[in-house]
Design a protein around this ligand. Structure first.
Ligand SMILES: *[C@@H]1O[C@H](CO)[C@@H](O)[C@H](O)[C@H]1NC(C)=O
Ligand SMILES: *[C@@H]1O[C@H](CO)[C@@H](O)[C@H](O)[C@H]1NC(C)=O
Ligand SMILES: *[C@@H]1O[C@H](CO)[C@@H](O)[C@H](O)[C@H]1NC(C)=O
Ligand SMILES: *[C@@H]1O[C@H](CO)[C@@H](O)[C@H](O)[C@H]1NC(C)=O
Ligand SMILES: *[C@@H]1O[C@H](CO)[C@@H](O)[C@H](O)[C@H]1NC(C)=O
Length: 312
């Protein structure tokens, strides 16, 4: 896990894992680690540590640690929860992040699992970080972006590489003119404030869980989307979760041969938070080859913007 948000630590590791990392740093001159930080051999499995990168400035009590060829100033402290905090100081936080992350990931023999990103220090930081991770590993399991200042162009650049991320999350604000065509065929996508998503976008998303909140997708557009689904165009789809214009079932379900959920029956699925959810109402539709899906909706005159479809 790597984070680029100035307020959060870069890594949070169980102390035991931190001990592995530290024992690989060049410790000849740094036995203070063992005394100050990692007392005894019996590390508590549940105790945590955090590592953060900060901009070089005036920092009292900093020592230096040899990392690769560089001597990096660092400081450490113990917080009130017994969590060890290590801080490394670099001229450029982004360079520091890369150095420390590569170093730690190589010792732990693990790829970068996830990225939590915002672009508060460099406008192009999100795309640069994804490119950096993809320069030494094939894909990234999870990328969570929360950024209310990203420019439209920088976000377009990010969308262009989102397909290399298994689970892609974006919380952020874009200008009212925003629009972009991109393809996503990986595992899950979650877009919030997605007023800009249209049918053309939906047709290029073929994934297991597709969550589009804050969109202005129309009943007609979602109806078209479902017609494509029926022909087998989105074979991976398990859950479609859209916020759209007020649902009008007549338009939404037109020409889909939708039938009411069988009376007295129940079906259970696992939702995006891995919780088993049982439903007993909705409208069933079928792919041309027989695959069944339910659009979860109570019917009647309920006014709702939430479109939720489960493929069984
Ligand atoms: C360490 O983190 C785990 C998981 O987040 C948490 O359950 C535990 O309480 C933390 N331990 C301490 C000592 O803060
Ligand atoms: C996600 O993308 C990676 C990298 O391109 C690929 O290895 C992986 O198979 C993809 N996963 C899915 C579910 O398509
Ligand atoms: C989306 O719909 C909301 C209300 O449903 C409206 O205020 C907004 O202007 C619409 N945005 C676009 C881009 O159409
Ligand atoms: C129907 O097509 C979907 C998507 O391609 C596939 O996952 C499913 O196994 C197929 N079902 C049958 C009964 O062939
Ligand atoms: C999954 O279901 C649980 C229990 O109903 C609910 O609290 C949670 O919000 C659901 N998650 C998603 C992503 O829908």
């Amino acid at each position: 896990m790597i984070q680029i948000m100035s307020t959060f630590p870069l890594f949070r590791l169980p102390l035991v894992a931190l001990a592995v990392v530290i024992s690989h740093f060049n410790l000849n001159h740094f036995d203070f680690f063992h005394e100050d930080l990692l007392p005894g051999e019996n590390l508590d499995e549940k105790q945590n540590s955090s590592i953060s990168i900060e901009r070089k400035g005036n920092f009292p009590g900093a020592r230096s640690l040899k990392i690769g060829d560089a001597l990096v100033p660092m400081s450490n402290s113990l917080d009130k929860y017994g969590e060890i905090e290590l801080r490394f100081y670099f001229e450029d936080v982004f360079d520091g992040l890369k150095t420390i992350s590569r170093y730690i990931c190589s010792f732990l023999e693990n790829p970068v699992y996830g990225l939590m990103l915002s672009s508060d220090s460099h406008p192009d930081q999100i795309r640069r970080t994804i490119d950096w991770a993809l320069s030494f590993q094939k894909s990234i399991k999870m990328c969570y972006i929360e950024d209310y200042k990203i420019s439209d162009d920088h976000f377009r650049n990010v969308l262009d590489v989102c397909n290399s991320v298994n689970k892609f999350y974006f919380y952020g604000k874009l200008s009212p003119e925003f629009g972009h065509q991109f393809a996503f065929e990986n595992d899950s996508i979650f877009l919030r404030h997605a007023f800009w998503v249209n049918l053309d976008n939906l047709l290029k998303i073929n994934c297991r869980i597709c969550t589009i909140w804050g969109s202005n997708l129309t009943n007609l557009e979602v109806n078209q989307y479902l017609k494509h689904w029926k022909t087998g165009k989105f074979p991976k789809l398990k859950i479609a979760d859209f916020e759209m214009e007020d649902i009008n079932l007549e338009v939404l379900l037109a020409d889909l041969n939708a039938v009411k959920f069988p009376e007295g029956k129940e079906r259970t699925f696992r939702n995006a938070s891995n919780r088993d959810v049982t439903i007993d109402y909705g409208f069933d539709i079928r792919m041309d080859n027989g695959t069944l899906a339910t659009i979860v909706h109570k019917g009647g005159n309920i006014i709702s913007k939430w479109f939720y479809m489960v493929v069984w």
